[in-house]
Ligand binder design. Structure first.
Ligand code: NAP
Ligand code: MG
Length: 400
C-alpha cells in the first residue's frame, strides 16, 4: 500500500505511562505505515519536563501555534505524591493548563458512538458536544481565606483615569473565604464565534447555558455577547442558537437525544464533560479538540489521563486491555485539521477511513475490556495490541 504524503507538519506532544505506551503503538502501527508525515516531536513526559524546568511544555505549545496542528498524549499533572515518586525539583504546573494558556481557544469534547456499546443514558443516540471556554473564570481566580472579622471590598482602577469602581462585598463577623474572578469581552466573543462555527460546520444546534439570573453582569455578559455575535454573523447563515439557564440546560440534556453543541463557561464545561463522557459509556470513547476562533490552530487529544493502574500491570509484564480509541481518533482529528489547512482531500479521506475502521472494528464485536464489559460481564475482549491489529486489518480493507 502506498504511503500518502502529508504536506504540512504535525506537532506531536508525547506524554506519560500507559497513555504513552499506546501512543507509540498507534503511531507506529496505524499512522506511519500509511502516511509520510513530518512529525515535530516534543517529549512532555514528567521526567523530561523536570529536566527542562518545564521549558519543553512551553516550546511545544508555541510550536503548535506556529505550525497550526498538534496532537497530544496524556501527561501526568504532578501532585506531592508524584514529586516524591519521580524525585522532581517541584510540582510542575498542569501541562494542559500551560498549553491552553498559550494557544487559547475553546475545548470541544465529543463522544464516539458505537451502535453495539450500550450507553448509560440510553436516550442519547446522537453526540452531545461540550464546548468549554478554556480561559479564566475559576482557572485564574484569586481566592483566599479570610482570617476573621472585617470588611471585604472589590475595586477597579481605570488606567485612563476617571471614576474608580468599588463595591463593598460583605462585612465578615468571623473567618471565611473569598474569591474574585474575571473574564474578557474579546475572549468571550472568540468563544462565541468558535462554538458557532463548530455547530454550523457540524450542522447541529448550539445552546449556551449560564446563570444570568443570579450573576446578572458576569454571566449576563456571556449571554449578551453570544447574542450579538449570533445576530451579526451567524443568524443568516442558518445556525440554530439559543441561550438557556444552566440548570434548565442540564435537565434538557438528560431528556434529549443529543445532537447539539453545549457551550459551557470554564468550570461548567469541566464538570459537564465528565458527566457526558460517562453517560455515553466510557472515557476511552471521548475525544478532545482545542481550537482557536480563526480555526488556524487545532490541538487534538484523548480526554482520559495516563491510565496509571493499567501502566502498573504493563510494567509488571502483563498484557493490558486498554482502550486506544480516543488516541486513534486524536490522530485522525489532527490529520483532518492538517488536511483542511493544506487543502489535501486525500488526507481528509484517510482520516475518515481511520475513524470509520476503528468504529466498524468495535461494531463487528472486537473491542477492549472496558467496552466489552458494557455489553455483558463475560463478553470476549482483546488486548490493546490485539485490538490495534484488528483495526489495522479493517483499515487495510478500506484502503484497498
Ligand atoms: P485516567 O488516567 O483517565 O484513568 C482513570 C481510570 O479510568 C482508569 O484506571 C481506567 O479504569 C479508566 N480508563 C481511562 N482511560 C481508559 C482507557 N483508555 N481504557 C480503559 N480504561 C480507561 O485518570 P487518573 O487515573 O485519575 O489519572 C492518571 C494520571 O493522568 C494522573 O497523573 C493525571 O494527572 C493524569 N491526567 C492527565 C490528563 C491529560 O493529560 N489530558 C487528563 C486527566 C488526567 P480501570 O482502572 O477501572 O480500568
Ligand atoms: Mg475535568
Amino acid at each position: 500500500m502506498k504511503r500518502l504524503k502529508v504536506s504540512g507538519p504535525i506537532v506531536e506532544l508525547d506524554g506519560d505511562e500507559m497513555a504513552h505506551v499506546i501512543w507509540g503503538w498507534v503511531r507506529d502501527q496505524l499512522v506511519l505505515p500509511n502516511l509520510d508525515v513530518d512529525l515535530i516531536t516534543y517529549d512532555l513526559s514528567l521526567p523530561n519536563r523536570d529536566a527542562t524546568d518545564d521549558a519543553v511544555t512551553f516550546d511545544a505549545a508555541h510550536a503548535v501555534k506556529k505550525h497550526g496542528v498538534g496532537v497530544k498524549c496524556a501527561a501526568i499533572n504532578p501532585d506531592q505524591a508524584r514529586v516524591e515518586e519521580f524525585g522532581l525539583k517541584k510540582a510542575w504546573k498542569s501541562p494542559n493548563a500551560s498549553v491552553r494558556k498559550i494557544i487559547g481557544g475553546t475545548l470541544f469534547r465529543t463522544p464516539v458512538i458505537c451502535q453495539n456499546i450500550p450507553r448509560r443514558v440510553p436516550g442519547w443516540t446522537h453526540p452531545i458536544v461540550i464546548a468549554r471556554h478554556s480561559f479564566s473564570d475559576r482557572a485564574t481566580a484569586t481566592d483566599f481565606k479570610v482570617p476573621g472579622e472585617g470588611t471585604l471590598s472589590i475595586k477597579f482602577t481605570p488606567k485612563a483615569g476617571g471614576e474608580t469602581i468599588e463595591h463593598r462585598v460583605v462585612d465578615f463577623a468571623g473567618p471565611g473565604v473569598a474569591v474574585a474572578m474575571y473574564n474578557i469581552d474579546a475572549l468571550i466573543a472568540d468563544f462565541a464565534r468558535t462554538t458557532m462555527l463548530y455547530a454550523l460546520d457540524a450542522g447541529i444546534p448550539l445552546y449556551l447555558g449560564t446563570k444570568n439570573t443570579v450573576l446578572e453582569h458576569f454571566h449576563g455578559r456571556f449571554k449578551d455577547i453570544f447574542a450579538e455575535v449570533y445576530e451579526a454573523e451567524f443568524k443568516t447563515r442558518g445556525l440554530c442558537y439559543e441561550h438557556r439557564l444552566i440548570d434548565d440546560m442540564a435537565g434538557f440534556a438528560m431528556k434529549s437525544q443529543g445532537g447539539f453543541v453545549w457551550a459551557c463557561m470554564n468550570h461548567d464545561g469541566d464538570v459537564q464533560a465528565d458527566a457526558v463522557a460517562e453517560g455515553f459509556g466510557s472515557l476511552g470513547l471521548m475525544t478532545s479538540v482545542l481550537m482557536t476562533a480563526d480555526g488556524g490552530t487545532v490541538q487534538t487529544e484523548a480526554a482520559h489521563g495516563t491510565i496509571t493502574r493499567h501502566y502498573r500491570a504493563h510494567q509488571a509484564g502483563r498484557e493490558t486491555s486498554t482502550n486506544p480509541v480516543a488516541t486513534i481518533l486524536a490522530w485522525a482529528g489532527a490529520l483532518d485539521a492538517r488536511a483542511r489547512l493544506d487543502k489535501t482531500p486525500e488526507i481528509s479521506a484517510f482520516a475518515r477511513s481511520l475513524r470509520t475502521a476503528t468504529i466498524k472494528t468495535i461494531e463487528s464485536g472486537q473491542m477492549t475490556k472496558d467496552l466489552a464489559s458494557r455489553i455483558a460481564p463475560d463478553h470476549a475482549y482483546l488486548t490493546t495490541r490485539g485490538f490495534l491489529s484488528a483495526v489495522s486489518n479493517t483499515l487495510e480493507g478500506y484502503r484497498r
